[in-house]
Design a binder for this molecule. Sequence first.
Ligand code: NOJ
Length: 883
Amino acid sequence: MWLTQALATCVAVAARVQLAAAQASSSADAASTNSSGRPGAEFGQTSPPFYPSPWMDGSGTWGEAYEKAQDFVSQMTLLEKVNLTTGVGWMSEGCVGNVGSVPRLGLHSLCLEDGPLGIRSTDYNSAFPAGGTVGASWDRGVWYERGYQMGMEFRGKGIDIQLGPAIGPLGRMPEGGRNWEGFSPDPYLSGVAVAQTVKGIQDAGVIATTKHYIMNEQEHFRQAPEAVDYGYNISESLSSNIDDTTLHETYLWPFADAVRAGTGAIMCSYNQINNSYGCQNSHLMNYILKGELGFQGFVMSDWQAQHSGVGSALAGLDMSMPGDTLFNTGNTFWGTNLTLSVLNGTVPEWRLDDMATRIMAAYYFVGRDRTSIPANFNAWTLDTMGFEHPAAEADYGLVNQHVDVRANHARTIREHAARSTVLMKNSGVLPLSGEEKFTAVFGDNAGANPKGPNGCDDRGCDNGTLAMAWGSGTANFPYLVTPLTAIQNEVLGNGGIIQGMTDNFAYDEMTALASQSSVSIVFVSADSGEGFISVDGNEGDRKNLTLWQGGEEMIDTVTSQCNNTIVVIQSTGPVLLGSFNDNPNVTALLWMGLAGEQAGNSIADVLYGRVNPGGKLPFTFGAERSDWGTNVLYEPNNGLGAPQQQFTEGNFIDYRAFDRAGIDPTYEFGFGLSYTTFEYSDLTVTKHDVGPYAPTTGETAPAPVLGNDSDTDPADLVFPDDIRRLPLYIYPYLNSTDLEASSGEEEYGTADEDAYIPPGARDGGAQPRIPAGGAPGGNPLLYDVMFTVRATVSNTGPRVGEEVPQLYVSLGGDAPPRVLRGFDRLSIQPGRSATFVADLTRRDVSNWDTVSQNWVITDAPKTVFVGPSSRDLPLSQELDVSV
Ligand code: NOJ
């Protein structure tokens, strides 16, 4: 047996000429402030080059995995290493992504599958609440457990690499189509949530992929071909233009936490960052991710986000997904071209070794070598029988074993979604007793999708209860408990009367029903998703922040007849509440996000008081769309060139923008009511002696060269005669013993390498260490605990309840008025108190300094605040940050 079946033909993109794009920019400065010195970014901003690509060194807790990986890679041939780094092509195997196998060493084709809330495109799996929903739990236990249970499901299906969690988009704009896949626009909250999720997934023995790196904040123009399909005339993907401070303090922050938590993989994004594509941006991948953050795992491309071969390899990409240049072309940037590039020296052997080592290290790090479940599903069909290689329509047979991996996860899914529900308004009507005389439930969102819960591909519609949004970040529902079903079960159990109507536009019938009810519960929604699907003209990103399907009119109609109307919002983010928030007939208002398969039961648990709500908003509800100060770029602004998205607001997104502008939010970040009440007292701050901060110094070891590459005779690297070639399949083999012919490039070998290869890119010698680096997550001294903050939280109401005390710090100077830096979720009995304890690290009280390229504690006075939300902070104290 030799490598997986091969097809190395059609290498349209030649090995040597792929570099130009990777060198998109060469600004001598580190990307710091723009030329005016202000934070924010400017049109056409550039990204400085950084080479060589840092090689893995086993730092942090990666030592053992590194050794095992080195041992494995030492035995690999050139072709085997290339095969490990290159996807086999879209739909060529059974998962959404697969790399080539290495049968000689017993390594199967690694299976990569979406996504962040459960397994996509299969059956007998769970549909967990979305990331942006559990973000509202502010509960480390929820995040870890959800991660672990998802991981167990991926493991059970034989998946090696889960394509989640997502923390990019972070949520710069509330309309951002994929915000719901991540946790929160607050970097700190998002960072804690992603770290717990990564640990959970990986403790289950599956590699987590933290994505999308980085500033993939909108769907419009994320990929030029997709935009062209929508009728826009552009030839390059959007560029997110940002300054160095905002990059570090906002968008990179949670990625640092994911790296520190050990994420095995990172997916680079479709968009450009400062006019250099995410998957060939040497500043972002080499300098920031692998250098400064000390990332030890591997970087994979998003699907079709790779734009060059040699360029991306030298800029730090480690795995090409799905392996073909564009889906089903049979062409590849890597595969044959990577083999050629190593043979002709444009990509140094140590770089290929590093790619393979990083992939295998992640494999060992999570214990894939101790898991023996082969992939037992097929992402391209739910049928039992199908093609093993669908793109080639080859090998028909058993492809789906329909393995039920759900275990008892339904119970925690129900609990997690209920714990993530946020009560925003309550006149006292909640919790319901269950003995209401006549309950009426309104809204298409209360009921079932007439086409079934999975009736719309990748959930690309807004029919029926909205328990996940659309795109690759979806899973098939095993079932979907609707709110109407769950509330009906509740009411019938108590012998009451319940009537539901799910036609949002039948105003006469709505009026009639509302006038009879003693309580009306109205379900409304706002949906969004990934850019490859457009729903009702929303091309991924939302067009506006209003409710969908006439939600406002429905609430108006019901409240005109019923003075006890409870409104429940299912949405991917904030919506404008202005038309009904102050309406006295709206007696309660809840946000339940996208709750997953148990949606109805979860909301019923809260409505009927089995769960006392303790969720807090992970974003701000504002009154006007303009209040956020940021917006999706809906029209190209750079001719045919890359649309330029300016992150001119710097760190001021979500509550930080409202706080700076002094705008009153409708419901602020961190807000959430309970059926009991809490009081805060006794703030104490204990300072710890941590000593001064020291930048990391010295040099790395030289790049190790591990591979068994001695056989470089092209005659041994061409496609073997005894292997079947599958159409469209991507292979590592040469097309010909003549390298020029193999490349398919007319001008092969004539290019002036110095013009194409960035200076230093092939230098495998010892390199200076990066001052803010030193270990996974950055300089270890950043994580020294400088302060321990304590406060007393008392339950002053009638019920046991859960409260999330929040700690904010004012860092002074130009920084946002307050940034979240700690929280916990405490369960407190009525009449009792609990102590909130939170540690503040050096990183927590530092700002990014563009000149020293490091974190510094500025001289500006700093204050710590504690309270129940970002706008309700009764306790405060100055921080003495001197060391
Ligand atoms: C593109 C999406 O952006 C990414 O999140 C997903 O993992 C891949 N497609 C694979 O489906």
